[in-house]
Every structure is written in structure tokens, then in C-alpha cells.
Unconditional design. Structure first.
Length: 267
């Protein structure tokens, strides 16, 4: 945990932290799970190899994998699958988010085991698509909205996702700011040659994707957005539970495993 925490801050990278991209790696490594076939999930670390490394949703994550490689070399006993999931926990906690329970024991598979493309959310789609993707993993509407709160962190890059810009004005601090921005700002379509996205009308510096605005256009999801905008403590509690569940997808468990709750560095 501490070795990962030590490599997060870097003024020469993005907004000064590798935290957001380590979180994205952990999320994309886990979000491939299909409960109906019990395939995908955070076991296996198939993104080390083609074709999964080359899926459109995973473009740019090579940066995160390479950033963690020296830690893997220094700690040969940890699997890539565990290292990537732990990286997500460290990123959330060190950027001010809630404590995320973490359980080791994921195994690495070889290049023959991979999940099909198209299992991760498409940012250009609406709430019915989000439900298709997240219900397949075993999540409900509240968990969908809670996990979306990770967009408080990081930014989009045209050379990776095609989109551009941060969701919030503090992209390296984990807060409930994503929900506040969604509700309080007026979002207008960005005039540019890239894919359809939105910017805040006031400054044009913040952005939202179609799948973000879907949360406040959906009658069942909007009240949850409003709850989290008003109550950061509730958001943190629900996010910690949903993210832990995400990280456990596809991992065989007996129920006897030790659960770790790491202290932030400096605590």
C-alpha cells in the first residue's frame, strides 16, 4: 500500500497525480464480469495481453500498468490482479476518499483467458445501456450512481477516450463534487470535432459525458444523485461498499479470507 502511495504524486503527469488512472485500471480490470456466465472480473489480469489490452475502453491504461511494474518487480509474490485492485484502493484513500475493504488472493491467467470486448460502459449511451452493463455485473441503480461518483477524479483525454476535460474543478480530490456539478451547472453541447459531450455553460472548462447526464435524466437515478450531492458521508459509505463489491467480482472466495482496511499514509 505505502509503495503505491509513494508513486501517486507527480507534477509532470496530468493534474499532478497518477491516482485517477490507477483507479481506472482497477475499475476496468473488474468491470468485465458477467454474473450469468461467471466470466470476467478482477481475477486473471487479462489486460496484460492482447486482445484485452487493445480494447477501445482500455486505451491509455498501459500508463497505469507500467507505473505499477516496478512495485510488481519488488514484490514478486503479489499477482498483477491483486496489485491492480490494490492500486485502486490506494488511489481512492490517498485522494481523500473512504476506506475500501480489500481482500488479496486474485490469480493471474495466461493470454488464453480473456473476456470479449464491449463489457465496459459506453460513455455515449444513456441509462438503459448503463443498466444493461451494470445489472449484468449484479449491481442495482443505487450502486450504479454511487460508482459514477468516481468521476470526481481525473479527466478525459482525446488520444484515449476521444473525450476531453475534467468532470470537476478538483480532479485529484475524492469528494461528492461530481453530483453537485451535475445538478448545479448548466450543461451545453460542446462545439468541436470530437464525439458528443457537454461543457458547463459558465466557463466551458468542466465537462460531462452523455452517460453522466443520463443519471439526472433518469427518473429513478436522479433522486440518488440528489441524495449524494447533499450528503457526502452517505456517498462515501455507499461508494466504499459498491467499489469493494466491484473488486470482488469473479474472485472465488470461501468467506474465511482476511479483510484488510489500510490506513492512509500520514495517519
Amino acid at each position: 500500500y505505502n509503495q503505491i502511495a509513494d508513486i501517486l504524486e507527480d507534477n509532470d503527469y496530468d493534474d499532478g497525480s497518477y491516482g485517477p488512472i490507477l483507479l481506472r485500471l482497477a475499475w476496468h480490470a473488474s468491470g468485465t464480469y458477467d454474473k450469468n456466465t461467471n466470466t470476467g472480473g478482477s481475477d486473471g489480469a487479462a489486460m496484460r495481453f492482447p486482445p484485452e489490452a487493445e480494447y477501445g475502453a482500455n486505451i491509455g491504461l498501459k500508463i497505469a500498468r507500467e507505473k505499477l511494474e516496478p512495485i510488481k518487480k519488488a514484490n514478486s509474490e503479489i499477482s498483477y490482479a491483486d496489485l491492480w485492485s490494490l492500486g485502486g484502493v490506494v488511489a481512492i484513500q490517498e485522494m481523500g476518499g473512504p476506506t475500501i475493504p480489500w481482500i488479496p488472493g486474485r490469480k493471474d491467467e495466461d493470454a488464453s483467458v480473456f473476456t470479449p470486448d464491449g463489457r465496459l460502459p459506453d460513455a455515449s449511451k444513456g441509462s438503459s445501456h448503463l443498466r444493461d452493463i451494470f445489472y449484468r455485473m449484479g449491481f442495482n441503480d443505487r450502486e450504479i450512481v454511487a460508482l459514477a461518483g468516481a468521476h470526481a477524479l481525473g479527466r478525459c483525454h482525446p488520444d484515449r477516450s476521444g473525450y476531453e476535460g475534467p468532470w470537476t474543478s478538483s480532479p485529484t480530490v475524492f469528494t461528492n463534487g461530481y453530483y453537485k456539478e451535475l445538478l448545479e451547472k448548466k450543461w451545453v453541447e460542446k462545439k468541436w470535432k470530437g464525439p458528443k459531450q457537454y461543457v458547463d455553460k459558465e466557463t466551458g472548462e468542466l465537462m460531462m459525458l452523455p452517460a453522466d447526464l443520463a443519471l439526472i435524466q433518469d427518473k429513478a437515478m436522479k433522486p440518488i444523485v440528489e441524495e449524494y450531492a447533499k450528503n457526502e458521508e452517505l456517498f462515501f459509505k455507499d461508494f466504499a461498499a459498491a467499489f469493494h463489491k466491484l473488486q470482488e467480482l469473479g474472485v472465488p472466495r470461501t468467506g474465511e479470507e482476511k479483510v484488510y482496511r489500510f490506513k492512509r499514509t500520514g495517519e
